[in-house]
Design a protein around this ligand. Structure first.
Ligand code: ATP
Ligand code: MG
Length: 384
C-alpha cells in the first residue's frame, strides 16, 4: 500500500487548444516546487499523480504544492491493487472511526468484473460489518470514500479533498514588474497577480544611508516568500537617495511623495523594458493614505509611456489586505519596524490631490533625466 497525492487542476480545462501548453508549464512549476525532494509526477486523465516519494517527506511535499497556482484541489490517496480485499483495507484506513459515509467508485477499467455501483456496495457493506459506529448516508455524508479504479489493475482510494492555491500556472499570463516596498501591501499585490498566472519580477527603491541595511534584508525576505509562490523572481534594487535629496533641496517639500512616486514609476518602466515585463504592479489601495488618491495615481501614471499599471488592491480595505498577508505568510516580516525610503524627508502636509500642472512646475526644478541615469547606475539585480 503506497501513499500518493492526487492533484486536480483548475481553470486549465477552459483553455481549449492551448491546454497542452498550459499543462506543460503547470508540470514544470510543480517540479520546480518539489526540487530536491525525491518524487515522480505522472499524468492521469484530468489530473496528476505525485508518487514514489518517501513517506517522511509527505508534509514537506504538501506544503510546497499548496503554493503552486493552478492546483484546484488535492487528496492524499492509497494506491493498491484492484483486488477487493486490498481496496477494502485501504478504504478502512481512509475511513474515520465513526460518523456517516458513502463510497463512490469511478471505473476507468471497464473490464473489471463488478460495475461501479457493485464495488461501492461491496466496500460499503464490509465497512459497516467491521465498525458499528459507522452509518451510510448517500445524500449528505460526512465523508465520501472514493475508489478510483485505474486501467493498470491499480486502484486509488482516498477520502478528503483539500483546497489548492487555485488560480493559473505562473508563466501563462505574461510578466509584470512589482514595485515592492517593505510594507504589508505590495507583497500581497504581487501574490494576487502571480495567482492569475503572471511571472513577477520585483523592483525596490532604497534610500541608504537614510534607511539601514535591515530595511533591505526585510525586502529580500519578503521577495523570498513571494518567490515561493511565483516560481522564482529577479529582484532589482535601486538607490533613490540622491533623488530625495534633490527634491528636498529644490522643491516644495509637500510634493516629496508625489514627485518621488513619479521617479519610481519612470525607473520601473525603464527596468521593465530591460527585463521584458509588460506591466507595472503596485500595492496601492484607493484612499488608504494621503498619496493614494485618484489624483495621485493620475500624477504617477502620466510619466509612464507604454505600460499599464495594475493595482490589484485598489478595492480592498486595510484589514482585508492584512488578512491576505497573514494567509500568504508575509505579515510578520512586513511589520518589522524598518524605515522605507518614503518615510525619509516626509512632509508634514503632503499634497493629497496634486494637480498635474503644479506637479510639473515643481518637477521642472529638477534635472529629471540626469537623476534617473544616476539612479540606474546603482542598479543591483538579485536572483531569488
Ligand atoms: P506598502 O504596504 O506596499 O508599502 P503603503 O500602503 O505603505 O504600501 P505607500 O508606501 O504609499 O503605500 O506605497 C504605495 C505603493 O508604492 C506600494 O504598494 C509599492 O507598490 C510602491 N512603493 C512604495 N515605496 C516603495 C519602495 N521603496 N520601493 C518600491 N516600491 C515602492
Ligand atoms: Mg509603504
Amino acid at each position: 500500500m503506497e501513499k500518493v497525492i492526487i492533484i486536480r487542476y483548475s481553470e486549465l480545462h477552459l483553455k481549449g487548444k492551448n491546454r497542452g501548453w498550459f499543462e506543460k508549464i503547470f508540470v514544470v512549476n510543480m517540479e520546480k516546487s518539489l526540487k530536491g525532494i525525491k518524487h515522480e509526477i505522472h499524468r492521469l486523465s484530468g489530473r496528476y499523480l505525485v508518487e514514489n516519494f518517501e513517506e517522511k517527506d509527505i508534509d514537506l511535499i504538501l506544503s510546497r504544492l499548496k503554493k503552486v497556482f493552478g492546483i484546484h484541489s488535492y487528496s492524499v490517496a492509497l494506491k493498491v491493487s484492484s483486488d477487493m480485499d486490498e481496496m477494502f483495507n485501504a478504504a478502512q484506513k481512509v475511513c474515520s472511526d465513526s460518523g456517516t459515509f458513502k463510497v463512490e467508485t469511478h471505473r476507468a477499467d471497464k473490464s473489471y468484473p463488478l460495475n461501479s455501483m457493485q464495488i461501492s456496495m461491496e466496500i460499503g457493506g464490509r465497512l459497516l460489518d467491521n465498525n458499528s459506529k459507522l452509518k451510510v448516508d448517500v445524500h449528505n455524508p460526512q465523508l465520501i470514500i472514493n475508489i478510483d479504479l485505474r486501467e493498470n489493475d491499480k486502484a486509488l482510494v482516498f477520502g478528503e479533498m483539500f483546497k489548492g492555491a487555485g488560480g493559473m500556472p505562473v508563466g501563462t499570463s505574461g510578466k509584470g514588474l512589482l514595485l515592492i516596498s517593505g510594507g504589508i501591501d505590495s507583497p500581497v499585490a504581487g501574490h494576487m497577480i502571480a495567482k492569475r498566472g503572471m511571472t513577477v519580477d520585483a523592483i525596490h527603491f532604497h534610500s541608504y544611508p537614510y534607511t539601514n541595511m535591515q530595511a533591505k534584508e526585510k525586502v529580500l525576505d519578503l521577495a523570498k516568500i513571494l518567490s515561493s509562490y511565483s516560481c522564482g523572481m529577479n529582484l532589482h534594487i535601486i538607490s533613490v537617495t540622491h533623488i530625495q535629496e534633490a527634491i528636498h533641496k529644490k522643491c516644495n517639500g509637500d510634493y516629496m511623495v508625489t514627485l518621488l512616486r513619479r521617479f519610481m514609476m519612470r525607473l520601473a518602466e525603464r527596468i521593465a523594458e530591460t527585463c521584458g515585463a509588460q506591466c507595472l504592479i503596485t500595492g496601492e489601495s484607493l484612499a488608504q493614505v494621503a498619496s493614494q488618491t485618484v489624483e495621485g495615481m493620475t500624477s504617477s501614471n502620466s510619466v509612464i509611456k507604454n505600460l499599464p499599471v495594475l493595482r490589484p488592491l485598489c478595492g480592498f480595505d486595510k484589514d482585508e489586505i492584512i488578512e491576505r498577508s497573514r494567509l500568504i505568510g508575509t505579515y510578520e516580516t512586513s511589520i518589522q519596524p524598518y524605515e522605507d525610503c518614503c518615510t525619509v524627508f516626509l512632509p508634514k502636509h503632503p499634497v493629497t490631490r496634486p494637480k498635474i500642472k503644479d506637479v510639473e512646475a515643481e518637477e521642472a526644478k529638477l534635472e529629471v533625466e540626469a537623476l534617473i541615469n544616476e539612479a540606474l547606475s546603482t542598479l543591483e539585480v538579485l536572483k531569488i
